[in-house]
Design a binder for this molecule. Structure first.
Ligand code: C2E
Ligand code: MG
Ligand code: MG
Length: 695
């Protein structure tokens, strides 16, 4: 019932219905006013003919009674008066002489025979010698002068009800109303039909607007009526075309990465949500690969932003090609293609909607790694990049986009730590270590704020005399609950969360300050400070060192900076620029952990360093391992030919010490001479009597 009521209400509210009703009302109003006019005309016409009829009767009465009035034949006059008084249209008549004395009367009159008629009508008729007539409340009264032989002899008066002589107009009204109703019945449906036709384009416009509101914008309304509706329809068409274009543009901005033209994070997230849901329903597996370029930041910095973007674009293209080739060769056609997206920066993702088994993900990862490894040609330069890939398999490793991306990201971190150009799969332990890392980072920030860091010093002694010839500053963390922590427990975390710069600068200033303090007490102990890659790559590095020297008053020759081989080799041009001003002042530079990196010897030997620190693994192994001994010998020979000093690290036994001395190392550092120690201990170590405590 309700739907019918609704449909009826809709029809009643429709424009067609409203216009039809309006036409009906106009039609009725027009007919009604026409009928009213017609009725009035008819009524006055009927009245006029009634009056004529009444006058004729009275004239006839006058002429019939004329001779009897003159002759005074009362009985004959009475019979004429009675005859007329008896007519059905007459209610009363009387006849009077010239002096208005009533001679005879019949029916309903105000006078009796012999009365003198005093009403103005008969007075006026006799006075004017002419017919007089009046209509009073539906009654016609006619007074007619009576002549006999051309002489006025008296007058007659007749009372005649108007209704008796005039036809009523109401009969006409009934007929007209009938005609009007028939006209309405015939014309209203016709009017409705015509209005409906005329308004058909409005229905089209309405339907189009409804479709547009449900986001279907690629439509055209075809209205060719040549009137305002056509103009309106054309305006609608133009509006839809513009809306369609801007909606597409907005969609592009919202879901496409502008540099690579790949889907962006938002689009990827949506797709992943859908695909992961499907996979769960169909009990299938898929994978998310999280890709991060190795070394991109450095390349980007040296190329500039514009070229960096072009490089990303080229990477995006290769990834897409690799994914497409995989789809064609190994993909599951029924599952749809893999989606490559850019999350931002140098991070990309690939969505594999279906896996036959986990090795599928590893194989695609290998493909994309190989694709990115091939050199890129960017404005005439060959650029080499690497790629670290982390894989999360759904639904096993998560069912929603956030979890899957986070897990794939953690796996990617593991791949990156393993040296890059590798793929790792997510394992639940990664979550735990990521959590621990987060706690560690927060604690480390607090440590920097709360002054929980301290500097320990490890002595370096001369090979020949065993005398103290310097000390290496090594940072320690006095943790509130865990006790004294070595750098191994926190340096990597500090590097990853960006705190290493702050920590390194602090160590540098503290070491300069304390070495200057020792000098003031008469102990000349040159201090060596480790410099991390991030610290060294900062543009303000040289200034920071100069500030530390100035603030502490330590002579530059008393400061040595240790760079690891990989830091030194990352960007040789930059290294030269950074260290040149400091070397000029007298600061010396050492390459730490020498022998562990993979740097080109020829390059290294051309760099302006003063000291090689032989890595402790070679020192430890040299007595048993022939290879380690050869490396140590080679480094020492190289240093000698380049006229550089050498420090053998990790000397723990007298045997190692003797062997190194035999091979010609300059200095030694290790537990044999002293572990890293607080400043006070170093000060005691520097006392002359503590000097050579080694045999
Ligand atoms: P490194 O610069 O090669 O420092 C030498 C490391 O070898 C020190 O470890 C030291 O305690 C240890 N060592 C010295 N002699 C012996 C020995 O005879 N046997 C053995 N087994 N080990 C010995 P530590 O203090 O744990 O520092 C580890 C690394 O942390 C350092 O290696 C250095 O790369 C880094 N580091 C320490 N302090 C800082 C710092 O202030 N800034 C930066 N960037 N890195 C630092
Ligand atoms: Mg060092
Ligand atoms: Mg070292």
């Amino acid at each position: 019932m309700a739907p019918i009521r609704h449909a009826f209400a809709r029809v009643m509210r429709s424009l067609v219905m409203k216009f039809t009703l309006l036409c009906g009302v106009i039609l009725v109003a027009a007919t009604a006013s026409l009928m009213a006019v017609e009725f009035q005309l008819k009524r006055s016409e009927n009245n006029a003919s009634g009056l004529r009829h009444a006058t004729l009767i009275t004239e006839l009465f006058a002429s019939n009674s004329a001779s009897f009035i003159r002759s005074g034949e009362t009985s004959r006059l009475n019979s004429v008066v009675n005859e007329f008084g008896a007519r059905e249209e007459v209610t009363g008549v009387y006849a009077a002489d010239v002096n208005r004395r009533v001679l005879s009367a019949a029916g309903d009159v105000n006078y009796a025979v012999g009365d003198r008629a005093s009403d103005h009508l008969i007075q006026s008729a006799i006075g004017a010698v002419d017919t007089r007539m009046e209509v009073v409340s539906g009654n016609i009264r006619v007074a007619e002068p009576v002549f006999s032989d051309g002489r006025l002899v008296g007058a007659v008066v007749a009372n005649i009800p108007l209704a008796a002589v005039a036809r009523p107009a109401s009969a006409l009204i009934v007929r007209q109303v009938l005609i009007a109703i028939i006209a309405l019945v015939i014309f209203l449906p016709l009017v409705a039909y015509l209005i409906n036709r005329a308004l058909a384009p409005v229905a089209k416009l309405t339907e189009a607007a409804r479709l547009a509101s449900s986001r279907k914008l690629d439509l055209r309304i075809d209205v060719q009526t040549g009137d305002e509706l056509e103009v309106l329809a054309n305006a609608f068409n133009r509006m839809f075309a513009r809306l369609d274009a801007s909606v597409k543009r907005v969609h592009r901005l919202a879901y496409v990465d502008m540099i690579t033209e790949l889907p962006n994070r938002e689009r990827f997230r949506k797709e992943l949500e859908q695909v992961a849901r499907d996979a769960i329903e169909k009990d299938q597996e898929g994978a998310v690969l999280f890709l991060d370029l190795d070394r991109f930041k450095r390349v980007n910095d040296s190329l500039g932003i514009g070229e960096g973007d072009r490089l990303l674009e080229a990477v995006g293209r290769r990834l897409r090609e690799a994914a497409r080739a995989w789809d064609l060769a190994d993909g599951d056609a029924s599952a749809g293609p893999s989606m490559v997206a850019r999350l931002g920066g140098d991070e990309f993702t690939i969505l594999m909607p279906r896996l036959r088994d986990a090795t599928d993900a590893a194989r695609l990862a290998r493909r994309v790694i190989d694709a990115v490894r091939r050199p890129f040609e960017i404005s005439g330069h060959q650029v080499f990049l690497g790629l670290s890939v982390g894989a999360a398999v759904f639904p096993r490793d998560g069912a929603d986009p956030e979890t899957l991306l986070r897990h794939a990201d953690l796996a990617m971190d593991a791949a990156k730590r393993a040296g890059g150009n590798a793929c790792e799969f997510f394992e639940s332990a990664m979550n735990q270590s990521a959590f621990e890392r987060l706690v560690l980072e927060n604690e480390l920030r607090e440590a920097v704020r709360e002054d929980q860091l301290v500097v320990y010093y490890q002595p370096k002694v001369g090979m020949n005399d065993g005398a103290l010839s310097g000390a290496e500053a090594l940072v320690r963390w006095q943790h509130p609950t865990a006790g004294l922590l070595s750098p191994g427990a926190f340096i990597q975390a500090a590097e990853e969360c960006g705190l290493i710069g702050e920590i390194g600068d602090w160590v540098l200033r503290r070491a300069c300050h304390e070495a200057a303090g020792l000098m003031a007490k008469g102990h000349s102990v040159p201090v060596a400070v480790n410099v991390s890659a991030m610290q060294f790559e900062s543009d303000t590095f040289a200034d920071t060192v100069i500030d530390a020297l100035n603030e502490s008053g330590l002579p530059p020759e008393m400061l040595e900076l240790e760079l690891t081989e990989s830091t030194a080799m990352r960007d040789p041009e930059r290294v030269l620029k950074q260290i040149a001003p400091l070397r000029e002042m007298g600061v010396t530079f050492a390459i730490d952990d020498f022998g562990t990196g993979h740097s080109s010897l020829s390059y290294l030997t051309r760099m302006p360093f003063d000291v090689f620190k032989i890595d402790q693994t070679f020192v430890r192994d040299m007595s048993e391992d022939e290879h380690a001994r050869v490396v140590v010998e080679t480094i020492l020979a190289l240093a000698k030919s380049l006229n550089l000093k050498t420090v053998a690290e990790g000397v723990e036994t007298a045997e190692q010490y003797a062997q190194l001395r035999g091979l010609g190392a300059t200095l030694a550092q290790g537990y044999l001479f002293g572990r890293p120690m607080p400043l006070e201990d170093l000060e005691r170590f520097a006392e002359p009597e503590a000097g050579s405590n080694v045999g």
